[in-house]
Design a protein around this ligand. Structure first.
Ligand SMILES: C[S@@+](CC[C@H](N)C(=O)[O-])C[C@H]1O[C@@H](n2cnc3c(N)ncnc32)[C@H](O)[C@@H]1O
Ligand SMILES: O=C(O)C(=O)C[C@]1(C(=O)O)C=C[C@@H](O)C=C1
Length: 242
């Protein structure tokens, strides 16, 4: 695995974060050292897919990057006539994702699409995964995407939504951010790397509060929802369509 050292040297001016070739090359190392519980979340996406699978259905991985969640879903699908649709709007990610998926054998078809998740058709879905991607959409586009996901799910269908979040209270928010930065330092990132990455993400990633997520899911129509994972300011939610 290639080590992420993108922010290791001082950059005169820190550019906005982009999912380009440089990031795609080091992405497995970057996400594992940056997101607390990433491995657990990917493993659990697999387990939840096994539980909520339905025959003759579609399975979506929105913002799939290199396909880690796609692979977890694919390994756990046993129902008849299932297909996974994995979507990302970064060509650097999509190219590598296709190659990565081909290196593992499976009978479950995967359609990897280079597209904006706001402009795809979502229908006949048993499980939809959006793992650390909604946070990169403009805030004004998030309600509509969650509504499209709800509309595209079959009865009994499952949405898994993982996000970095902000706490509505300043003290708690600062504490959770500090703990996350400690986690990054413990994983070998320097003070400079933590601070330059923070600057790079500032304009491109605007996290919501847990309350905003819960309200959005309810408003879309989900009758059941829960946070099933939280570590510091990272969480994963699930919502079920009755
Ligand atoms: C943090 S990564 C997701 C990680 C991945 N889901 C995983 O579990 O390994 C966010 C991804 O979302 C993609 N993305 C951001 N905005 C998007 C959009 N509007 N449409 C499609 N993909 C998008 C980025 O290119 C990037 O690959
Ligand atoms: O490094 C951080 O502080 C993050 O917020 C991690 C995060 C994310 O949550 O999506 C941000 C960008 C990278 O692609 C991977 C992970």
């Amino acid at each position: 695995m290639q080590k992420d050292s993108i922010y290791a040297a001082p950059l005169g001016e820190v550019q906005d974060f982009r999912f380009d070739d440089q990031v795609a090359d080091v992405f497995p190392d970057m996400i594992q050292r940056s997101v607390p519980g990433y491995h657990t979340i990917i493993q659990t996406i697999g387990k939840l897919t096994a539980k909520y699978q339905q025959p003759d259905s579609l399975y979506y991985d929105l913002g799939c990057s290199l396909g880690a969640a796609t692979l977890a879903m694919r390994r756990n699908l046993t129902a008849e006539n299932c297909k996974i649709i994995s979507v990302d709007n970064s060509s650097a990610m999509v190219e590598r994702c296709e190659r990565h998926l081909q290196s593992f054998r499976s009978d479950v078809p995967v359609d990897v699409q280079l597209a904006d998740i706001r402009h795809i058709d979502i229908s006949n879905a048993a499980v939809v995964v959006i793992n650390f991607t909604l946070q990169f959409l403009p805030k004004t586009d998030r309600d509509q995407l969650i509504q499209q996901i709800y509309n595209g799910l079959k009865p009994g269908g499952l949405l898994i939504l993982s996000e970095k979040f902000i706490h509505s209270q300043t003290t708690e928010n600062e504490l959770l951010i500090d703990l996350h930065h400690d986690f990054k330092r413990a994983n070998g990132y320097s003070e400079l790397e933590v601070s330059q990455k923070r600057t790079a993400l500032e304009n491109v990633m605007q996290p919501d509060t847990l309350q905003q997520h819960a309200r959005r899911l309810s408003q879309a129509g989900f009758s059941q929802q829960t946070v099933w994972f939280q570590c510091f300011n990272f969480c994963s939610m699930l919502a079920i369509k009755s």
